[in-house]
Design a protein around this ligand. Structure first.
Ligand SMILES: Cc1cc2nc3c(=O)[nH]c(=O)nc-3n(C[C@H](O)[C@H](O)[C@H](O)COP(=O)(O)OP(=O)(O)OC[C@H]3O[C@@H](n4cnc5c(N)ncnc54)[C@H](O)[C@@H]3O)c2cc1C
Length: 376
């Protein structure tokens, strides 16, 4: 970890960037449910696309705290853009951790420079919570690895160039495989119509006798499950940061609105009940931020405690996002219900953070496991 000042300087520069390059398009991207092309084109200007990747692969080797601060600041203005920023980071994390040098060199530099995008494919039609129950199968043939199955709810599905796929390689064995959009036997379902993060594409990714070269396996083809589980300790703080950024944005909107709106010839920010709500919202955001930063500080340990804290951060930040955005809508009165004000979008965007990267019920299971093991 670096000094607080370094992260705060980084926050300032990402905030300025997001205000100029991301925020102006956030409402339009949501309204038209279209790809936030402006953000995606702008991310490489500040080196954000390659932030977590090693320098020899074209990245900046920024630590998790810098990544979290970045996602927070982008999500503060546009949750869809933050979703699209962090998805390739998570998708390539197994490859960077365990992939061959050749495969890393083939994939990472183009994603780091923003020329290519990547998705991760865990969830299937039969379920997302029960990762060990996935059915997508892979077998080794003379020509390469052959994949069959369907992945559901894949962020950036159809838009990404690369897909990191968890597939069953044996009765109790799983591997991670890198599939390219042009590989034979790969296709995509229709784009889903969503409640929020409407700028982030979502579709099925379908493997029908999809054959990829032997070298596209990431590490040991029977160790993919534990590899993916390790990555969750990294990815959950990023999703928590997305949630926290949404909450921060909504809090600021609520303060701005209540400071200029008058009722009973009085600024509504003078009413004690309004002040009480803003006080609670501020406290929730700061408490969630403290927990997230604590989780980030120990994430590298990758033990039960680190996993527990990653889940606590994801649980608390996403619940905070939901409650703070709902109260921000409330504080806008009827105007909060209109598309004219961003809090309506923020409330819809907040919901996904309680669902993806493991629902909050799954986070509770992980936290309880840690809590009981810690007192044994
Ligand atoms: C917008 C969006 C983007 C997504 N992006 C991706 C992506 O990029 N890659 C990817 O792989 N997946 C992605 N997902 C999938 C997401 O991670 C799953 O939807 C999520 O993990 C839940 O899986 P499920 O939808 O199958 O629900 P289920 O697993 O069927 O769960 C349904 C309900 O049952 C509860 N439940 C399940 N098991 C238990 C239990 N043991 N105890 C208590 N409650 C339980 C859940 O909490 C939930 O409330 C995305 C989903 C959405 C909507």
């Amino acid at each position: 970890m670096q000094s607080v000042e370094v992260y705060e300087q980084h926050r300032e520069s990402v905030r300025r960037f997001a205000e100029q390059e991301v925020k102006p398009f956030a409402a339009i991207v949501d309204r038209d449910a279209r790809f936030p092309a402006e953000s995606i084109r702008a991310f490489p200007k500040l080196g954000l696309s390659g932030l977590p990747f090693p320098e020899n692969l074209g990245g900046s080797a920024a630590d998790l705290m810098a990544q979290v601060v970045t996602v927070e600041e982008v999500a503060r203005t546009c949750a869809s853009s933050a979703h699209l920023l962090l998805t390739p980071w998570v998708a390539l994390a197994p490859l960077v951790a365990a992939g061959s040098d050749e495969l890393q060199r083939q994939i990472v530099p183009r994603v780091a420079s923003g020329q290519a995008m990547a998705s991760f494919c865990l969830t299937e039609p039969s379920g997302g919570s029960d990762l060990a129950g996935i059915k997508t199968a892979v077998e080794r043939t003379a020509d390469g690895w052959r994949l069959n199955g369907t992945k559901r709810f894949i962020s950036n599905g159809g838009s990404s160039d690369w897909y990191a796929v968890l597939a069953r390689s044996g009765e109790r064995a799983f591997g991670v495989f890198m599939v390219h959009r042009d590989d034979p036997g790969l296709s995509f379902g229709a784009q889903e119509k969503k409640m929020g993060t409407r700028g982030s594409p979502l579709s099925d990714v379908i493997f029908d006798d999809c054959v990829i070269p032997h070298g596209r396996v990431v590490g040991d083809p029977s160790e993919g499950y534990s590899l993916m589980n390790r990555i969750l300790t990294y990815s959950r703080p990023l999703v928590a940061a997305q949630a926290l950024g949404i909450a921060q944005g909504a809090l600021e909107e609520a303060i701005a609105y209540t400071s200029q709106r008058s009722q009973f010839n009085t600024k509504i920010s003078r009413f004690q009940m309004v002040r009480g709500m803003v006080a609670d919202m501020t406290t929730e955001v700061e408490a969630a931020r403290s927990l997230l930063y604590r989780a980030v500080a120990i994430a590298g340990d990758n033990d039960d405690r680190a996993r527990g804290f990653a889940s606590m951060a994801k649980l608390m930040c996403s619940n905070t996002a939901m409650s703070v955005t709902t109260n921000a809508v409330q504080l806008h009165g009827g105007y909060g219900y209109l598309e004219d004000f961003p809090v309506e979008r923020m409330m819809r965007d907040a919901k996904i953070t309680q669902i993806w990267e493991g629902t909050n019920q799954i986070q509770q299971l992980v936290i309880a496991k840690y809590a009981y093991s810690a007192t044994e």
